[in-house]
Design a protein around this ligand. Sequence first.
Ligand code: TEU
Ligand code: CA
Length: 561
Amino acid sequence: MDRKKWWQSSVVYQIYPRSFQDSNGDGIGDLPGITRRLPYIAGLGADVIWLSPIYASPNDDNGYDISDYQKIMPEFGTMEDFDEMLSTAHKLGLKIVMDLVVNHSSDEHRWFREARKSRDNPYRDYYIWRDPKAGMTGGEPGAEPNNWGSCFGGSAWEYDEQTGQYYLHLFSKKQPDLNWDNPRVRDEVFSMMTWWLEKGVDGFRMDVISLISKPEGLPDGVPSGTGYASWESCATGPHLHEYLREMNRRVLSKFDTITVGECPGVPMEEARKYASLDGTELNMVFQFDHMSTEYDPKVGRYGMNSIKLPPLKAAINKWETGLEGYAWNSLYWDNHDQPRAVSRFGNDSPEYRELSAKMLGTCLHLMKGTPYVYQGEELGMTNCPWESLDEINDIESANNVRQNIAKGLVKETDAIEIMRRQSRDNARTPMQWDDSACAGFTTGKPWLRINPNYVEINAENEVNRKDSVYSYYSELIRLRKESELIVHGDFEMLCPESKEVFAYVRTLEEKKLIVACNFTDHPVAFSLPQEFEDGRLLIGNYGDGVQSGSLRPYEAYAVEI
Ligand code: TEU
Ligand code: CA
């Protein structure tokens, strides 16, 4: 069986529709806005687009709380607008991947509105209900069925007065978890997926898919600093692979799709099954190890720690080597849930922003796996200089920082700095198209603050500029499209202990490639191994060849033999 698949040489561009392009002046991005900008994405060289959710939603979590899986969110447009976007994309050779959010639905979904009517409602078992803890009165503290915490703060259980039971929500109260152990729920999800695939979409990114099968008996987990057990403690439940194989058999195997599962907390041996090259489940997974190396043991993500290179390299090396021969990797520095890559892993000062953005691109795009580019990353967009918590729209960051201040885990005076470092809203500031009012994103009032640096950092300023971050990313993408070595070569990390240099070698039969990246703002010693000295420079962000014996600030290059 040929294990080489088209999506192994693909590059995926992620769009966060609310912040991409507004077309009707209401300050909210929409589908006609996306259609207008498709040539920009095709010009970059990506061949697949992942759309964050565009379905009907009350937007408690910006679309990740879906009230109708087969209706378009009115703010984003109509189904006709969607069909127009899909056919235009296909004409440009762009495939469209939808976001499949089926670990939970919105509490305004018809299923949940029915389920909460009474305990014997035919939809009751579409969700996870439990009685208050024995001897306790529902709604009073400690009566929750177990100690699981919500990702957005507080308990993962909400008491429903009407029927006298709690329902589970690993995310917000308005995102009740679906009961995948109920075969009717799986039927609903599989027929909905088939409906979209028959419509012509090309695949799915599957939201927190590692959480859909809950541990038998819903046992308490190990409490963290917040007093609750982390929601990740119920990842990879007993029936998960069984349900994904059923999904593959009944839906995915019938279409030529690309699929990626978002799997926070996934162990290696499980990921080898999820994304197994035998094609019985999904094509790849998003793991989060390299997204949490600086997390604080007490407050997790929302602390003041900075990235250190050795643990970051160790996390990436673990997955580059751990999946080799078993499963396929995804490659990403950021997405709509993470701070901007150049601000977190690089240096967003005017002096080094472009150099370090290109360095990060070189480091990621020449590794083994399918690269994902999050909207604006190709321009080197940065985190936003938030001035008050009131500017923050994101339910997760706002809730967590307030909870941690209340528990005395972080100082109120650090709150803004923590938001500037870690808030998900850093990824969600509107796309910066040009230096006109509102960065060309809207002619109205943008739903979220626009990063004031749009005057310098914008697509118009980069698309036709040869030394821009955009042009450099399109060169990296072109190299991947032309190179079997970059797509299929083995990966070997070099100097894992170095606090400054990230370097590795790719090998395919007799062909070899070395990539060297300086993650600091000062020159560091680094010598090309002798076998590469007469090699061919594939790409370099200083654009003037290789210096022997050292790497300049944020320098990155790749040499092939
Ligand atoms: O994210 C799950 C998830 O891991 C994030 O909630 C979390 O922000 C982060 O990774 C750790 O802090 C998915 C979606 O990507 C996210 O936007 C949704 O909010 C969430 O699921 C619930 O649907
Ligand atoms: Ca709009």
